[in-house]
Design a protein around this ligand. Sequence first.
Ligand SMILES: Nc1ncnc2c1ncn2[C@@H]1O[C@H](COP(=O)(O)OP(=O)(O)OP(=O)(O)O)[C@@H](O)[C@H]1O
Ligand SMILES: [Mg+2]
Length: 334
Amino acid sequence: MARNSDASAPVLDVQGLHVAFRGEAGLLKAVDGLDLRVEPGEVLGIVGESGSGKSVSMLSITDLIKKENRDTSGTASFLGRDLVARDLLKMGKEELGRIRGKDIGFVFQNPMSSLNPTMRIGAQIAEGMLHHGEATRADVKEKVVALLDKVGIREPEKRYIAYPHELSGGMRQRVMIAMALSCNPKLLIADEPTTALDVTVEKQILELMMKMKDELGLSIIMITHNLPVALNYCDGILVMYAGKVMETGTALDLVSHPGHPYTKALFSSNLELGRRGTRVEPIKGNIPALTHLPSGCRFHPRCPMATDKCRNEVPPAMQSAGLSDHLTFCHYPL
Ligand SMILES: Nc1ncnc2c1ncn2[C@@H]1O[C@H](COP(=O)(O)OP(=O)(O)OP(=O)(O)O)[C@@H](O)[C@H]1O
Ligand SMILES: [Mg+2]
């Protein structure tokens, strides 16, 4: 445990995170040596193709996926509101339970699977606030209604007694955000928060998250498939592929000078990012089976630039364009 009187210390500092699942096909290495830092007030985007370990990394450090067949190692130092950094991976169930839902809030892709369909939304938000001591029986309703109002839900008194199915998708996602923010978290983890929504509502929800970030001084980790969203709303971006970080840097650096052929391929494969006159090229091949990973660089079987070195040696972190915060895990950064 370390006391950081320095409020500018990272809110979350993950080092060497490994997550593997034991199964019939052998050991599935979902996350293999992830390092990640989130600074106060930062929005960090995690992008990468499906199955690259984005969700598993965040769900493992907060112990939200079952443990029976999961091996997790590394450190995940979280700076609580008392400015004491503690390793989430060494915490007991109770201590982690106090932090999860309070200092760390979550917004998931599908609100219907996260909200209890048989419980009125006001009562669901109130439950968490009462549990974490953020409200008393006497003032909880007032606080929940104020929160619903804050996240842009009209007629919040009426909505307080609504069931989830009585709300639109966008409204339910606002409820999820209200719930995640109800205990004043320091970190919000949003895993595909807008995928189920149409573009207009998506924009409203993202703008709301950014407004809340500024008002409440939160940090956000945003996992998204949507590259334009990552580039528009995130300060830093971490690109994952088959359980490993491929590249990390500011959104601006990554889009203007991608250092990893995978990042470049990911951007080139994105329809919405395509500029007029440029071709959208799907990435050839598939993500490897995580039970039978390729040697060397994990991307080498799909990489147009691969050499023997790529096939045999795991690439170290290389600084791109001399920028210390732009790291590319490639033997031949672009
Ligand atoms: N509980 C589990 N048991 C075994 N394997 C799992 C479990 N949860 C996830 N996995 C596997 O771990 C790998 C990483 O999954 P993860 O959900 O993190 O991917 P992702 O990057 O979030 O993908 P997506 O973009 O589709 O959400 C996948 O191969 C997945 O099948
Ligand atoms: Mg996921």
